[in-house]
Each structure stands twice: as structure tokens, then as C-alpha cells.
Ligand binder design. Sequence first.
Ligand SMILES: O=C(O)CCC(=O)C(=O)O
Length: 383
Amino acid sequence: MTSCFNGGAGWPEPVVRVQAVSDTCGDTIPDRYVKPLPERPSFSPAASDGGGGPSIPVVDLSMPDADATSRAVAAACREWGFFQAVNHGVRPELLRGARAAWRGFFQQPAEVRERYANSPATYEGYGSRLGTAKGGPLDWGDYYFLHLLPRCLKSHEKWPSLPCSLRIGRVTYMIDGCRETTEEYNEELVQLCRRVMRLLSSGLGLEPGRLQAAFGGEGGEGACLRVNFYPRCPQPELTLGVAAHSDPGGMTMLLVDDHVRGLQVRSPDGQWITVDPVPDAFIVNVGDQIQVLSNAAYKSVEHRVMVSSENRLSMAFFYNPRSDLPIAPMAELVTPDRPALYPEMTFDEYRVFIRQRGLAGKAQLESLQAKATAPGSSSSSSS
Ligand SMILES: O=C(O)CCC(=O)C(=O)O
């Protein structure tokens, strides 16, 4: 298994690729991946299995009535923090091309993948863990993380270079499929996120550009991509592909495998429900920064990932506020009846916690709320 280690690069111990573990572990997963009993997945049926249980709302973004669309998005984000966006305007061929390009990366030989091994300094590149605590629990998944916005953080050298040929008519061109597709995907997703931001802002009774302004305006926002690859697992009942967490950033647009389920979302009544993906939809969810800006009108909800006997790939596009802007509940949403629930903090300050400790449910947001609402706290509303 020597090819599954990378020699440290700032990690507290050698990093083992889950893909290599999956290929070599036989029928039993190593102890480091076994979750404590209360955290293990429940194989709750998806609504389409006939259980008729609750499911996250589906919102058609092509409805001609912008107010109705805004109301549907806002209702989903107030109640569930999640919805599936259909007819969102991003071409299905681009979605399939992006998934295929990234599957191509995870199918490369280990020595090619290892050229892009990441470190905890920026997390950019090929990784297999979050958090730097030695001996900490591990999730059953590898990933690739890269920065897209602001442009000064984007560095193509840190993206996989996978040249391939493309034949158009009689001419064959060489293209760098993964980089070119990811660029186009990025452009489209930024436009879609800006549109959903306007809908969210209107849904709070604010002027459509208000939420985007709190992110630093169009061109001021941040964006990054995390492509998750969950190799087949012989004991899926013991582990998770990603442990329960809420997303630290602003908003996430998740593109999942159409055929393999995995995502579970905490429902409003506290149950884990399995999402049944609508083909070519984006699963959109509110992150912690929008929960803070909306003074908890919109919920950043816990979710986690089950693994299975099949490989699964997902692409999480994280749309974030400018990282050095103070983020606090927007002044219009703070009243004597509903004081600011969170203190002011930049996204840079906020994510230090996650980068050191890994994903920990909603612990970060809850500890901030406890500080802001403690007697004598001076939390302000200045965003
Ligand atoms: O793979 C999934 O379905 C979800 C991934 C996720 O939650 C994440 O990358 O933060």
C-alpha cells in the first residue's frame, strides 16, 4: 500500500487514500473509519421508495413569476435550509461533462493523483481528511478542493491537468478537459448563485441586491469547489462519507450522482432523511454565513453522507462572502424583539475553527450564538 501514502506535507500523520483502503481492505474497514454507534447512518428510505416520508422541496427556477419563485426558495430555506433546483439554466451536457472529467481524475493511477496531494495550509488539491488532530476520526471519502474566486486565489497549476483529444468534424483538438470544463462550470455556477442570492434577498423582504452586497457585491464574493469521491465500502453501516456538519460558507450548490444516493439531511423535526436526487438538479443549501446574515431566518442545516457498495461522486460548489468582510445579522433584520443572534466575525476568522478541528455538526454556530445572547454581550448589527 505504499502508493497510498503521501509523506506528511503538514499533516500530523501519513495520509491514507480511501481509494487504496477500499481496494485492499477486503470485507472489513479499518477502525479509524468506524463511527461511534450514535453517529452511524440510519438507512432511512427516500420519499420515492414508497415510504411517503418528508423530502426536501423541489423548486422550478424557470417559473415566469419571480415573486412566486422567491417565495418558494425562501419557504424552503426557512423550513429545510435545502431545496432541489430544477430548470436552473445550466446545460445538462455541462453537468455530465464536469462529472465525467472529475471521475477521470479519480480513475488516474495513484502516482498521478499524488502529484496534486494537498496540505492543511490551504487544503487545495487532492485530500483525504479535514482537520489536523492526530488520531482523529476519518471519513470514507477522498476529495479535490480548489479555489475559484477571488481570481487572485485561483491557480491552474493546482488543478489536475488531464489532456485529452476532442474530435469536431474531421479535426482533432487537444484540450485539458478537467481544467476547461471546471472553468466553464465555475462561470455558470457563479451566475446561478447570484440569481439565487437575489431570490433569497427578496424572500427576506429586502431589496434584491442586499444579500449580495453583504457578500462584497458581484465580483467581491468567494467561491471554491470540493469534488468528493466515495469509493465502494464493504461495511457502509459502520461509517460515513462525510460526518454530520453544516456548511461554513454562504450557500452550496451540490451536484450529485444521479444514480447513487448518499446525502442525508436533518429534517425540521430532527430526523435524518435520505435525499432522492432529481436528475440534473442542483441540491442548494444555506450555509452558516447566510444563517448569520439573515439572523437565523434562513437555516444552515446539518447533513451527512452515507456510503455504499458503489462508488459515488459529488461536486460541492461553495459560494462565500468576501473573506475579510465583517459578517453579522443585517441591520434590517435586527429588532428589539429579535436582537442579533450572532457577533460580528469575518469568514476568514470563522473557518479557522473548521480547518483545525474538522467538521463538527453545528458546534461553531451554536457557540457563537451562545456568546452573542449571553447576558451582558454587546453584539451589534452592522453588516
Ligand atoms: O456528497 C454529498 O452528497 C454531500 C457533500 C458535502 O456535504 C460536502 O462536500 O460538504
